[in-house]
Design a protein around this ligand. Structure first.
Ligand code: FES
Length: 104
């Protein structure tokens, strides 16, 4: 599936992501600034924080309790569309998904 990250300055980065890869790994592999993934995706750092585009938020699924706890400590402001991108897997249903990258 195709994933697009939109940076604060309007710059877009689009990549083809392998099904099953998580969107933090995909961001790191494509040098998306500000998506760091310090903990490697084990839900203990919150440095993979993104805002899922409104049109895609429901399709991306809901954060579970552990993710919700970690969303309390994001560097950028937590908003209703906040997710930790290591918890979103690339699937065909998410082909075209847009993620907005926070300024940190
Ligand atoms: Fe650490 Fe997502 S990479 S919580």
């Amino acid at each position: 599936p195709k994933v697009t990250w939109i940076l604060k300055d309007g710059r877009k980065i689009t990549a083809d992501v392998k099904t099953g890869h998580n969107l933090m790994e995909a961001a790191v592999a494509n040098n998306v600034p500000n998506v760091i993934g310090e903990c490697g995706g084990c839900l203990s750092c919150a440095t993979c924080h993104v805002y899922v585009d409104e049109a895609w938020y429901d399709k991306a699924g809901k954060p579970d309790d552990m993710e919700r706890d970690m969303l309390e400590i994001t560097a950028a402001e937590r908003l209703p569309l906040s997710r930790l991108s290591c918890q979103i897997q690339a699937t065909d249903a998410l082909d075209g998904i847009i993620l907005h990258v926070p300024e940190i």
